[in-house]
Each structure stands twice: as C-alpha cells, then as structure tokens.
Write a protein of this length. Structure first.
Length: 336
C-alpha cells in the first residue's frame, strides 16, 4: 500500500484509494476526536464574529487558560490549532539539533523539514543526547495511546538540564487517569502544546494553545501571523471551557469504555497496545487486507504506514460509542 494521506478522518479519500464502494452508513474509527456529544448552546453572533476582526491577543481565552493552569496570561499563546504552534516552534530551531521520539504525529518532522532544521528520529527518551538539544515528545502519544507519567517526565527534565522539551499534550483531556499540570512559569526548558479541537468538536474551527515561559511566548508571538485565531473559534472555545462538567463526563466515559473495548478485542486473540486515551493500536500481519475487509463493512480505521517504527504493522482504532464499538468487535470476530 502506498502513502495516500498523512492524517485520518477522511473516509471518502480512503474508500476512493482502495477502490471500495462507499456505503451509505460509515463508522469512522480513524478520527480520534471526542465521541460524546455536547448538549450546550453556542449562542454566538456568527455574522458579527465573521465580519469583525478577532482579538489578536485572545485575551479572554488566555485569562481562562492561565487560571486553569496556575500560570500568568503571559505564559499562554492561543494558536490556530496546535499545528500552528508546531510550525512556530520549528521556525526557531534552525541553529539547534532536534530529536523526535517516534512513533509519533508526523507534523513534527514535516515542520522541522520545512525550516531545514537538523533533526534525528529515535524510539526512546534513552537515546536523547545530553547536550543542547530540542526534544519533541507527544504525551499522551499519538498513535500508541501510551503516556509518560509526571514523575518520569520531571526526572527527564532534571537529567537533561540543557535540553528544551516540547511536550505535545493534544490528547491530555482524553486521559481517564493520571492527569497532571506541569509548571511552566519560570521554566525556559519546557514548551507545552494543547489542543481544543479534538475534545470540544472544534476541528474545523482550529484552535489550541502553548504554555511556556514569558520569553518563549513573546518570541513565538512575534512570528505568529496577525489575527491568526478567528473570532468564531475564540468565542466557541470560551463557551466550551465554561462547561466544567463536559470534560469530566468525557473522562468517565472513556475510563469505562476503552478497557472494555480493548478487552473484547484481546479476548478474540488480537494484540492491542495498552492505552490511557481514546485510541489504540491493533497489530496485523496484513494491514491492507484488514483495512479493505473493514471498509466493505462500513468501518474506517487509520493506517500506520507513515509512522516511523510501525510501518503498517498496526491499525489505529479510536474508541467510539458502545454501539459502534460493538459493530467493530463483531467485524473483527468475523475477520478472525
């Protein structure tokens, strides 16, 4: 199977690539966004938001995010999704060696390559060089679902004192246990990325943020395009963040459903990676055969051909509703 798309969440292209007719009903297990619906109301004047310039400093959002993370608003930069943050950070890495812990989200390498940044790919933090290096870690990890606990991260920071760590926590809100808050106030060696798109159904709006020391935030802001974060995204994020119970419901759902879902697949004889978030890997001897089998049953999964170290030996599966997960389990039972 040749490479056809870096990310999931595009069933139409997947069906077209494999020349499998797309059924009327499709279950998209390739997208690892929040499956729980939000039942609040977005009372936004969309016309006004679209016709006026947005707040270039996203001040209201910065204030709320700072309060939740026990830091100053100057430690926060709101971005056009966490992807913008990745490219902003990469733009400052030209003079430094960068190290990317794999398997991982492909945009880190893509951003570093775009700015001609010298970088190397390693499979473990054990291979970090004790030098002036910038290390990229996705935690919780995409695509494996594994995460490094806070005490292990702090031990890394203390051992590699000259290293800058970029910690991508895009899936932090899907952790159903072991959640933490790292202190960024005066730490110039740590840059944290967060996403508001996957947990709050804002993938189309594009919004995320960076937590870092004030000097780092100031530098990133200088290269961020003016009015980067649109007004609709800002206002929607404000509404979602005011709902304190929604993320708790999300955590409670996945804490119960992820182990059940994985357990059912293991009972069928499949090898599944341990995961603390809403997605996981299933090992396969023939990924193309399995993907096509599932497509014919209206089930879309994420291939792993472009993840260094996985090379198509797994499929990534997102946890969806109980009913949808049971449909996937039955399909895998048939496949086995």
């Amino acid at each position: 199977m040749t490479e056809f798309r870096m990310h999931g969440a595009n069933p139409e292209k997947t069906y077209a690539f494999f020349s499998v007719p797309m059924p009327e009903k499709v279950y998209d297990f390739s997208t690892n966004t929040n499956v729980l619906p939000w039942d609040g109301e977005l009372n936004i004047d969309v016309h006004k938001a679209m016709s006026e310039y947005p707040d270039d400093d996203s001040k209201e959002l910065c204030d709320i995010i700072a309060e939740e993370n026990n830091c100053h608003p100057d430690n926060v930069l709101v971005t056009n999704g966490s992807n913008e943050a990745i490219y902003l950070i990469a733009s400052y890495q030209k003079s430094k060696q960068n190290c990317v812990i794999h398997p991982v989200y492909g945009e880190y390498n893509r951003a570093l390559k775009a700015y001609d940044v010298l970088h190397r790919n390693v499979r473990s933090p054990l291979f970090i060089e004790k030098s002036d290096e910038t290390v990229w870690i996705c935690n919780p990890n995409n695509p494996t679902g594994k995460y490094i606990p806070e005490d292990e991260l702090i031990a890394l920071f203390e051992f590699y004192k000259n290293t800058v760590f970029v910690i991508d926590e895009a899936y932090r809100d899907f952790l159903y246990e072991g959640r933490w808050n790292l202190d960024v106030n005066d730490n110039s060696k740590m840059i944290i990325l967060r996403s508001l798109t996957k947990n709050f159904h804002l993938c189309g709006a594009r919004i995320g943020y960076v937590l870092a020391c004030t000097a780092t935030i100031k530098a990133l802001k200088e290269r961020q395009p003016t009015w980067s974060v649109n007004a609709v995204a800002q206002q929607a994020a404000l509404v979602y963040l005011s709902d304190k119970g929604y993320l708790q419901k999300t955590a409670e759902f996945y804490k119960k459903e992820v182990p059940r879902f994985i357990g059912e697949l293991i009972s069928l004889g499949y090898e599944v990676t341990p995961s603390k978030v809403n997605f996981f890997l299933v090992k396969t001897d023939d990924d193309e055969k399995l993907i096509k089998f599932l497509l014919r049953r209206g089930i879309v999964v994420r291939h792993t051909r472009n993840f260094i170290g996985l090379d198509g030996k797994y499929i990534r599966v997102a946890t969806r509703s109980v009913e949808e997960n049971n449909i996937f389990i039955n399909a895998m039972k048939e496949y086995s």
